[in-house]
Design a protein around this ligand. Structure first.
Ligand SMILES: [Zn+2]
Length: 120
């Protein structure tokens, strides 16, 4: 099995095992198991990893625009419009990227059979 299967499945918000079943019951809430192959999704826990990576990536992408906007010689109205546009764009990117990254984390954890450490 190659790495491309869980990644391409995550881009379509699908199960990384069968590439057909949906991973989310509702937006951002995982199903208990895959509706097609029966893969148990409760064995993986993405926690706050997806939010961390998406937030960090968007910080790197948007911060230069915020800095340039703050030092640009523009009217107050133009700056406020620019900030509003930047906030709206950031919100849109979060809305699009977060489910994909969350599905990717789930698929990769299942692919690598990652689980909780069991102490004896
Ligand atoms: Zn499946």
């Amino acid at each position: 099995m190659s790495y491309s299967k869980p990644v391409t499945a995550a881009l379509r918000l699908k199960c990384g095992v069968c590439n057909e079943g949906k991973v989310f019951e509702r937006r951002m809430q995982f199903r208990d198991q895959c509706e097609v192959c029966g893969q148990d999704f409760s064995i993986a826990d993405t926690a706050d990893g997806p939010a961390y990576f998406v937030g960090f990536a968007l910080l790197i992408l948007t911060m230069p625009f915020a800095v340039v906007l703050s030092i640009a010689e523009l009217s107050l109205g133009a700056k406020l419009f620019g900030y509003a546009l930047l906030v709206a764009l950031t919100g849109l990117l979060i809305f699009v990227l977060l489910p994909i990254v969350k599905a990717l984390f789930l698929n990769l954890q299942i692919f690598h059979r990652a689980g909780q450490i069991k102490f004896k």
